[in-house]
Design a protein around this ligand. Structure first.
Ligand SMILES: O=C[C@H](O)COP(=O)(O)O
Length: 251
């Protein structure tokens, strides 16, 4: 499982760079603009320059409306700025067809510019609170639009977590559907170390984290701490070893 960490700007990205050996993907976002809030192109560029070249930089395009043209243009901005994972939160899409339309436009805009870039279609585990597409629709939306990964995050960062809205057996179905279509499956949403056992067992490819590696577990007031990134990674590695060894689950 790959570890994706979301700094909110250049300063925190430099802290991620200090913990670079413990993480796999640096994900640029602007949390004060939403769960998948988009940051400025120049911030993506500066972060790309600040983190080791072998670490991919991801950028979120935002909690986007059902406006395929607008979103495609924003996605192009992210890839031109140096991101190679382009994440789109389908916040304003209320049906799978709307999600597919937006994602097809994004895939074309991104891959015309950089064919090897990965496009991530993200939905929300707490979709019922905001009225957007159902979490289990995401793998099909991603597959039918030519995206590379399906993701879930939470839209409302009020302390509720991924598994509060989509329990582990349903997340397992999400991963199964994604893999059946040849997609990567990414899961996030106030994930804590105690969630890593189930996430490992259900075979998620990427876990996305911010709050759990911020001081005090606070994704807004706290800053990303390199030692918390290292501790989170150590627990991921421990869970992976136990899973590989067939040790029975304790959480
Ligand atoms: O993409 C991952 C998100 O930034 C997760 O943030 P969070 O762990 O604070 O919910």
């Amino acid at each position: 499982m790959l570890l994706l960490i979301s700094p909110d700007g250049v300063e925190e990205a430099l802290d991620c760079a200090k913990a670079a050996e413990h993480l796999d993907i640096v994900d640029v976002k602007k949390p004060d603009e939403g769960s998948l809030g988009a940051n400025f192109p120049w911030v993506i560029r500066e972060i790309r320059e600040a983190v080791p070249a072998e670490k991919p930089v991801s950028a979120t395009v935002g909690d986007v409306p059902y406006k395929p043209g607008t979103v495609a243009q924003a996605a192009l901005g992210a890839v031109v700025s140096g991101a190679t994972y382009i994440k789109v939160g389908l916040y304003g899409c209320t049906t799978p067809d709307q999600g597919i339309e937006v994602m097809r436009a994004v895939v074309r805009a991104v891959k015309d510019h950089r064919p090897e870039a990965l496009v991530v279609a993200s939905g929300y585990a707490d979709a019922h609170r905001i009225g957007c597409v159902n979490p289990l629709a995401l793998p099909d939306i991603a597959a039918r639009s030519g995206a590379d990964a399906a993701m879930l995050d939470t839209a409302v960062k009020d302390g509720s977590r991924l598994f509060d809205h989509v329990p582990p057996d349903v997340c397992a179905e999400f991963v199964r559907l994604a893999h059946a279509s040849g997609l990567l499956a990414a899961l996030a949403g106030s994930v804590k170390q105690t969630d890593l056992g189930p996430l490992t067992r259900i075979g998620a490819d990427i876990v996305g984290v911010r709050g759990a590696v911020c001081e005090g577990g606070d994704r807004n007031a706290g800053r990303i701490q390199p030692h918390l990134v290292a501790a989170f990674r150590a627990e991921m590695d421990r869970q992976a070893r136990e899973h590989a060894a067939g040790v029975p689950a304790v959480n």
